[in-house]
Design a protein around this ligand. Structure first.
Ligand code: C2E
Ligand code: MG
Ligand code: MG
Ligand code: MG
Length: 293
């Protein structure tokens, strides 16, 4: 059954946007052009969100999704976040962009919840710079109240840099977010240099195993050992564990055997636009297969 899901999803195709030079390696005049067009992009409504299913490992049932931003660049077409998020962080534009992402994802999740009568678990990426904004917590509180999305349906994905920073303001912000009732996850887990002691102290709900430890399963023994160790540690600490970048039935079988709770990856589905996700949810609803997370 798992294999069927894998192969069906493969037909939906791979990544549907082009990658181009990372913003960090651009020449000065190209950087300026990027910054200027990024500044206008919000007003011109050039950003859009795609949604990637999060799937329960045990039975391939979709239990939620992650919102991933894209930019409909007037000249370059649909552009991946790696080409503009670093610049948005550098210039501070990540603050309004991040709020737009949060608001749009929460509104969409609430719309789907209303349509299908089941909670939709929505994960949103948050950059370190957003977490340092003194009014982030009240902004998120306002977004939840305005959109009507229950706080428990929102999961914020933070990278390990928050574990490394570990400063007072960050810890306070995480505690306040937790008090709102949102879930917190550590993204790209295993790639940073975080202190494991912090994992115990922070109010974290989930770990997402970085794609780099998944992509060479079952050929790389050390990646497999790392993935198994992260899964075992997460279970010991009572955290949910999610694998990123699962592409093959072999990878899925391994993660299932190790007890990984859920996964995302092209093997099930790449991120898709809201319209495609709506069609998919329609189908699941007809089959009574929308699951509670
Ligand atoms: P991430 O949060 O770790 O997201 C996972 C990335 O892996 C996504 O790339 C997704 O399309 C890709 N992916 C998913 N499954 C597979 C797979 O099976 N194989 C491969 N090769 N790739 C897979 P994407 O959408 O290009 O996003 C890249 C990064 O940009 C994200 O990594 C996240 O760090 C950042 N990002 C995306 N949206 C936002 C946002 O709204 N705010 C912030 N601050 N960062 C964002
Ligand atoms: Mg993420
Ligand atoms: Mg990740
Ligand atoms: Mg990443």
């Amino acid at each position: 059954k798992a294999d069927t899901a894998m192969y069906q999803a493969k037909d939906q195709g791979r990544s549907n946007y082009q990658f181009y030079t990372s913003a960090l390696t651009l020449a000065a005049n190209d950087r300026l052009a990027l910054e200027t067009s990024l500044r206008h992009a919000l007003e011109r409504e050039e950003f859009t969100l795609h949604y990637q299913p999060r799937v329960r490992t045990q039975d391939d049932v979709m239990i939620g999704m992650e919102a991933l931003v894209r930019w409909h660049h007037p000249d370059k077409g649909l552009t991946a976040p790696d080409a503009f998020i670093p610049m948005a962080e550098e210039t501070g534009l990540i603050t309004p962009l991040g709020l737009w992402v949060l608001r749009t994802a929460c509104r969409q999740a609430q719309t789907w919840m209303r349509l299908y009568g089941e909670p939709i678990h929505m994960a949103v990426n948050l950059s370190m710079r957003q977490l340092r904004q003194p009014d982030l917590v009240s902004q998120i509180d306002a977004i939840l109240r305005d959109t009507g999305l229950p706080a428990s349906s929102l999961e914020l994905e933070l990278t390990e840099s928050v574990l490394m920073a570990g400063d007072g303001h960050t810890l306070t912000a995480l505690a306040e977010l937790k008090a709102l009732g949102v879930r917190l996850a550590i993204d790209d887990f295993g790639t940073g240099y975080s202190s494991l002691a912090y994992l115990k102290r922070l109010p974290i709900d989930a770990l997402k195993i970085d794609r780099s430890f998944v992509s060479d399963i079952p050929h790389d023994a050390s990646d497999m050992a790392i993935a198994s160790t992260i899964i075992a540690m997460a279970r010991t600490l009572g955290l949910e564990v999610v694998a990123e970048g699962v592409e093959t039935p072999e990878q899925l079988a391994f993660l299932k055997k190790e007890g990984c709770d859920s996964y995302q990856g092209f093997g099930f589905s790449p991120p898709v636009d809201a319209q495609a996700m709506t069609l998919w949810l329609d189908g699941l609803a007809r089959e009574h297969r929308i699951a509670r997370a």
